[in-house]
Write a protein that binds this ligand. Structure first.
Ligand code: NI
Length: 256
């Protein structure tokens, strides 16, 4: 059994067959799914999915590219809902300088604010960081993110920088990119990382692994990511599944 630690089943890409698809998950070996909030609307839909499906848990937070209109009363709403039994983390939060929208200063402000929120509600964080390595590390250090714990989702930086996040006690979300022909940098990172710091994630509906690259992703396709990690590490599929599943429960202590 495997755990998808990062998915967006609230996305409209699933509107046509969401129920059917989610009902097929446990039969296909997917034990738990953590649906990740990215906007206020997505957080509300995440709560609905948590209520509808036993095996779906959630994280609540605002993605940097959605932080432009955020207000303190929105943060208060998230804070209240973090108390829900099945809310396992604050996220996804962070910095995205690839899209560079909204303004970097605004992204930084809400990243800092949501790290503080995680501290208030005593939950780990799900970090989104793209083309913003230095500022991400600087802010995480300044805010003592080490005490919060969490995961760097869709890790896209170097092996060298991976050590910095390892030293902060963070997990690494590994998904479809590791199967890509041009995913050499991530393959090196996976080779370097201890298995007990990796968790599986899809980022569904995005980042489907080969041979589905470019198509809609879903958690059942994680078997291809498991195969790739097993091959890189020279270990069995069972060991990858067993260890990443245990890691997911350690990463999100409220996940049951
Ligand atoms: Ni995501």
């Amino acid at each position: 059994m495997i755990i998808d630690t990062h998915a967006h089943y609230d996305d409209k890409a699933f509107d046509e067959d969401r129920a059917e698809l989610l009902q097929s998950m446990q039969g296909a070996g997917v034990e738990r799914i953590v649906n990740i909030g990215s906007s206020l609307g997505a957080c509300k839909r995440t709560i609905q999915l948590m209520e509808q499906y036993d095996f779906v848990y959630g994280a609540l937070g605002i993605h940097p590219t959605d932080s432009g209109e955020l207000t303190e009363s929105d943060i208060e709403w998230i804070r209240e809902n973090c108390a829900l039994e099945k809310c396992v983390a604050v996220g996804e939060i962070g910095l995205d300088y690839y899209w560079d929208e909204p303004d970097r200063a605004i992204q930084r402000k809400w990243f800092v604010r949501q790290l503080a929120l995680a501290r208030e509600v005593k939950l780990p964080v799900v970090i989104h960081s793209r083309d913003a390595a230095q500022d991400t590390v600087d802010i995480m250090k300044a805010e003592n993110a080490r005490d919060l714990g969490g995961v760097v989702h869709c890790y896209s930086y170097s092996k060298e920088l991976a050590k910095t996040f390892l030293d902060m006690g963070f997990y690494f979300g590994i998904g479809g990119v590791v199967t890509f022909g041009n995913g050499r940098k991530l393959k090196e990172v996976v080779e370097y990382l201890p298995l007990d710091r990796m968790v599986l994630e899809t980022d569904s509906p995005y980042l489907a692994p080969v041979p589905f690259r470019g198509k809609r992703n879903d958690s059942r396709k994680l078997t291809h990511v498991v195969e790739q990690i097993a091959q890189i590490k020279g270990i069995s599929l069972e060991e990858v599944q067993k260890t990443t599943t245990r890691n997911a429960y350690n990463l999100y202590p409220k996940l049951k």
